[in-house]
Design a protein around this ligand. Structure first.
Ligand code: F0G
Length: 359
């Protein structure tokens, strides 16, 4: 149903099931939305759960990849953003804002555009991947490049939203966590409750919090194994990291806002939060692309790097969450791969040599 005044969809009254419906409609019974509420959707969720035969063989277990890059803006953030922006519109908000390492910015910008409201994002200057910057700009958000890091940006937006009527859509916003928990529902349904271990990258720690909430709501309790990058591993070190550094820019975070929740998820699920090095992340990133045919962004590969480092640890059913699409970060992909480009003149002999000659 479309209301002409706002161009917005509304949540339908009749239950809708299946995978070709907006996330809020699919899981409305378990989300804080009622029929008639405004619905800002780009048809997010219902992402593939892909078998990973090479990884399965390497670790001796059934390994699957939850392809969150298949969401409309290319990352898992869309699950939370459909809820956060729909709720903001319900409250009459005219603007949303976030601090971001890139993906939250791209998602907030897209959903705000869809809703016809304003969006501002604060990103660490020169530190977010090109694809994410392109998305954020093209959706018309106001982009503020902070001469500081993500953690500083988050402190500042929290301060700003405390004194201005702008809705904060970082994962401190409960609707974000509510929306993102639906990925756990999808995995639980697809594997009929047989999941034993979930491997997931951890940055601001909203997503691991969300998955654990989702599994708990279904009475399920897989081990939650969260992976941080070694140079940005506050949860592993037990204290904030002042200057977080890693090639995986999405998780370059030194003081996660969902700290306590993430630690609780790890503890209560008999899981752990662990660190993987940049070279382990890049090795997993290359293996996924070159052997499984799956191009994810470096931060996403942290989940697989963790699995390869620690092994299956007795689990038979494992899911690694690939949080974002590889196209988000072309610079890193081009800088860290084994391939090379062969220049060639438009000449048959040269083409023959280029195609068939020794590499
Ligand atoms: N993977 C990707 C691709 C991300 O963009 C993020 C976070 C994470 C993993 C970690 O998830 O923060 O819930 O623990 N990106 C945020 C952003 C911080 O601003 O886009 P988390």
């Amino acid at each position: 149903m479309t209301s002409p005044a706002t161009r917005l969809l509304t949540v339908e009254g009749t239950a809708r099931t299946g995978t070709h419906v907006p996330l809020i409609e699919r899981y409305r019974e378990r989300l804080p939305f009622e029929p008639g509420d405004p619905l800002v959707t780009l048809q997010e969720g219902s992402t593939p759960l892909l078998r990973a035969p090479i990884l399965s063989e390497l670790v001796g277990a059934h390994v699957r990849l939850k392809l969150e890059g298949a969401n409309p803006t290319g990352s898992f953030k869309d699950r939370g953003m459909t809820c956060a922006v729909s709720a903001a519109v319900r409250e009459g908000a005219k603007a949303v804002i976030c601090a971001s390492t890139g993906n939250t910015a791209a998602s907030a910008a897209a959903y705000a555009a869809r809703a016809g409201i304003t969006c501002a994002v604060i990103v660490p200057e020169g530190r977010i991947a090109q694809g994410k910057m392109a998305q954020t700009l093209v959706h018309g958000a106001r982009v503020i490049a902070l001469r500081g890091n993500f953690d500083q940006a988050l402190v500042l937006v929290r301060e700003l939203t405390a004194s201005h009527p702008i809705v904060l859509v970082n994962s401190v916003n409960e609707f974000r966590v509510e929306g993102q928990k639906t990925a756990a529902f999808e995995i639980h349904e697809a594997l009929e409750g047989s999941l034993e271990t979930l491997c997931i990258p951890v940055g601001n720690a909203g997503n691991i919090t969300s998955y654990w909430r989702g599994f708990r709501e279904l009475g399920s309790a897989p081990r939650m194994l969260g992976y941080q990058a070694e140079g940005a591993a506050p949860l592993v070190e037990g204290r904030p990291v002042e200057h977080p550094e890693t090639v995986a820019s999405a998780i370059r975070i030194g003081n996660p806002v969902r700290w306590e929740d993430a630690m609780a998820a790890a503890r209560d699920s008999r899981g752990a939060i662990r660190a993987v090095s940049d070279s382990e992340i890049l090795a997993a990133f290359r293996l996924l692309a070159s052997k499984e045919g799956m191009f994810c962004e470096p931060a996403s590969a942290a989940s697989v790097a963790g699995l390869l480092k620690y092994g299956a640890e007795g689990a038979e059913q494992i899911v690694c969450v690939l949080t974002g699409r590889g196209l988000k970060d072309p610079e890193t992909a081009i800088a860290y791969n084994d391939g090379r480009v062969i220049p060639c003149e438009p000449d048959f002999g040269q083409i023959e040599e280029a195609v068939l000659g020794d590499p």
